[in-house]
Design a protein around this ligand. Structure first.
Ligand SMILES: Cc1cc2nc3c(=O)[nH]c(=O)nc-3n(C[C@H](O)[C@H](O)[C@H](O)COP(=O)(O)OP(=O)(O)OC[C@H]3O[C@@H](n4cnc5c(N)ncnc54)[C@H](O)[C@@H]3O)c2cc1C
Length: 388
């Protein structure tokens, strides 16, 4: 068992940190106020090839593992870029995993290379307004006529749809009433985001203003059959393949943001003097911050365990879910404690920690809620009856 990063992993962390250093608190505060995709940040990572960190070398990537990607995403969030920075590039890193596993060679080349090189952006459209976390009940319908699928229906919360060139879409190709199991009859597509046939309405949300989330309305949106990934009707199984790496990466982002908030809190606790002493001299200030450090470190160890299992081809569902849960909660606790440590100034935008608290809600809620992670662990690890 080795708890050290390798020299290559340290080099990745340091290189990412150097790029992020050009995008300081003032940059992200402006983005938080004004919105607008952080294109210059995205371009800086793309220019040095980092968006293809997990993509195979054959398709222009670096061919590294989810462990290295987790180190990269933690470093981005930890720099102060938070979820604004991490979510801007998140899908380029892991999003096309189902294409990598189930796509044809032609699809891999056509779809993965532009994402790895940062020439294209994509969004991932699963969630629907009336389905929630019960993904098998998805209603958005793709009906095949000739060589084309015709899509009608709605999605919600789809991030980066304002700027996406492509969409990775999960749609029902066989109606629920006609399938033996609800997991059947869903199909996965990766196709051009046609703005004439998809109406996009941005959701005004709590944080991460510069990375949009949207309602999508599909009105006879057409997908050529060559953009179907794998077999028709098997899409649900395909997206499951991408879920563990997604949970690992989002957990790494939550830990990064938590560490960033903790750093701001400890700095402030050393500088701020009240009752003629540094506030950080009080145990009531120290102990919650020390607990935050313990929880963040523990979450990071679980992330590294899950990533190591994934990269060696072993099952990692329990660890990836546990990592996502632990990191979401530890990140949230650290951001909240950072605001409290700053007292009234924690509420002021110029101290940045209120932004972290708003942003850390994203990895807590999405892509799966803490309740559903715990239900999964209860059922799959503890062998208790399924509760949902
Ligand atoms: C900022 C942001 C960005 C997002 N980006 C994307 C994206 O790019 N693409 C995409 O497809 N989706 C995206 N999502 C959607 C996200 O994945 C969902 O919001 C999330 O999966 C929760 O689904 P829901 O909102 O429908 O919650 P619901 O399923 O409606 O659940 C509501 C609450 O009830 C609880 N609950 C439900 N059933 C049970 C049960 N049986 N037992 C216990 N508790 C239960 C849940 O845990 C949750 O707390 C994004 C969401 C946010 C907030």
């Amino acid at each position: 068992m080795n708890f050290e990063l390798s020299s290559e992993q340290e080099a990745i962390r340091d290189a990412i940190a150097r790029i992020c250093a050009d995008f300081d608190d003032a940059y992200w505060l402006k983005k938080d106020r004004e919105g607008g995709f952080p294109q210059d940040f995205y371009d800086a990572l793309a220019k040095s090839g980092w968006l293809g960190i997990c993509t195979a070398e054959k398709q222009g990537g670096a061919g590294l593992g989810i462990t290295e990607a987790a180190i990269m995403m933690r470093t981005i969030a930890e720099s102060g870029a938070g979820m604004s920075g991490a979510s801007a590039v998140h899908i380029n890193i892991f999003g096309l995993k189902p294409v990598d596993i189930f796509g044809t060679d032609e699809q891999k080349e056509r779809m993965m290379r532009p994402m790895a090189e940062g020439r294209e952006k994509a969004c991932f459209a699963v969630t629907e307004p009336n389905t929630g976390l019960n993904t098998t009940q998805l209603k958005l319908r793709a009906e095949k006529r000739g060589n084309t699928y015709h899509v009608t229906g709605q999605k919600v919360w789809i991030s980066t749809a304002q700027v996406a060139d492509r969409v990775l879409l999960l749609a029902r190709t066989t109606p629920l009433e006609e399938v033996k199991k609800p997991t059947h009859g869903l199909s996965l597509f990766y196709t051009t985001f046609d703005r004439d046939r998809i109406r996009v309405r941005e959701i005004d949300k709590m944080g991460r203003k510069c990375v949009d989330s949207n309602e999508l309305f599909f009105e006879d949106f057409q997908i050529p059959e060559e953009d179907l990934i794998g077999e028709e009707g098997e899409g649900f199984g395909y997206i499951l393949q991408g879920m563990n790496p997604e949970r690992i990466l989002i957990a790494a982002e939550a830990v990064g943001l938590g560490i960033c908030a903790l750093r701001k809190a400890t700095q402030y606790a050393q500088e701020r003097v009240v009752f003629n002493r540094q506030i950080g001299q009080n145990q009531a200030i120290q102990h919650p911050l020390a607990k935050n450090w313990c929880a963040l470190e523990a979450a990071w160890l679980m992330i590294m365990k899950a990533a190591t299992l994934y990269d060696s081809g072993k099952p990692c569902g329990a660890e990836a879910n546990a990592a996502k849960y632990l990191a979401g909660e530890a990140g949230f606790d650290a951001c909240q404690q950072s605001v409290m440590t700053h007292g009234g100034f924690g509420y002021a935008k110029e101290y940045h920690v209120e932004r972290y608290l708003r942003e850390v809600m994203v990895p807590r809620i999405a892509p799966i809620s803490p309740q559903l992670v715990l239900s999964y662990i209860a059922e799959r690890v503890l062998d208790l009856p399924k509760s949902y």
